[in-house]
Design a protein around this ligand. Structure first.
Ligand code: ADP
Length: 258
């Protein structure tokens, strides 16, 4: 019946976690899920206990990025057993619906589903729960940011001006619901040509950092635009990014500055 009841703010009920961090973006496609997965792996590698929840209900991409497929189930009154991603408990709406099937639930049902995942998944004891939020500042994202017991939010954007405008809106949304903005990540920053080592600023340069400085938001770092990173995402091998000198150090730096 959790799926039909109207959503209630969760508080910290039942969740043993020091920090619940929402990874959000002003719009889709800027690399929010990539950043959420990378940050989760980086925190785990640094020795923290961390869980990952894919709350991007209309476009759950965590099963793809992690390469963890399958279905989760729970008996009546039992906690949901999360998937295991290299020792990281992992939950996604993608594990509750048949593969390839679209989620056609309306807002309240989605809110219920996501809050149920937070409350009723057997997360164990966590230092961090990373939540990959739905993109944008629409109804779903806004309601979830109010319902989930968030410690803070991290906003992902690209250097492009249009993306930055949306990121500013996302910052505004979290401020409105009084959730601290922990920092900004700039994704798809410079592209270093693997052949000639020349750097190209395909989506522009420096705008996110400048905005963060102006607005007093910590700038957590940048992730370069990188072909291998995209290929590893498609192949469900995001962990391998950490063995790649052109990507890994950037991801480690972001986790450290969290
Ligand atoms: P969002 O969650 O914001 O919709 P995703 O993380 O799913 O975005 O990323 C969208 C696509 O862009 C994916 O195919 C992903 O592999 C790719 N991508 C994300 N960040 C980078 C990057 N820094 N370099 C290359 N490709 C990237």
């Amino acid at each position: 019946d959790d799926f039909v009841r109207p959503p209630q703010p969760l508080g910290t009920v039942g969740l043993k976690c020091k920090a619940v961090i929402a990874i959000a973006a002003g719009k889709g496609g800027v690399g929010k899920s990539t950043a959420a997965t990378s940050l989760t792996i980086a925190l785990k590698r640094a020795g923290s206990s961390v869980g990952l929840l894919d709350a991007d209900v209309y476009g759950p991409s965590i099963p793809q990025l992690t390469g963890i497929r399958g279905r989760c189930a729970a008996g009546q009154g039992e906690k949901i057993e999360p998937m295991d991603f290299n020792g990281i408990p992992l939950m996604s709406i993608g594990y509750m619906i048949p593969p390839g099937e679209a989620v056609i639930w309306r807002g309240p049902m989605l809110h219920s589903a996501v809050t149920t995942f937070v409350r009723n998944t057997d997360w164990g004891e966590l230092d961090y729960l990373i939540i990959d939020m739905p993109p944008g500042t629409g109804d779903i994202a806004l309601s979830l940011s109010q319902l989930l017991p968030l410690t803070g939010s991290v906003i992902v954007c690209t250097p492009q001006e249009v993306a930055l405008i949306d990121a500013v809106k996302a910052v505004g949304m979290f401020r409105k619901v009084k959730i601290p903005v922990i920092g900004l990540i700039e994704n798809m920053s410079s592209f270093i040509c693997p052949d000639c080592s020349k750097s190209y600023d395909i989506f522009g340069k420096g705008g996110a950092k400048e905005y963060a400085q102006q607005d007093g938001i910590p700038f957590l770092g940048e992730i370069p635009l990188n072909i291998s990173l995209r290929q590893r995402g498609d192949a469900g091998k995001m962990v391998d990014n950490f063995d790649d000198e052109t990507v890994g150090p950037y991801l480690e730096r972001i986790a450290k500055s969290l």
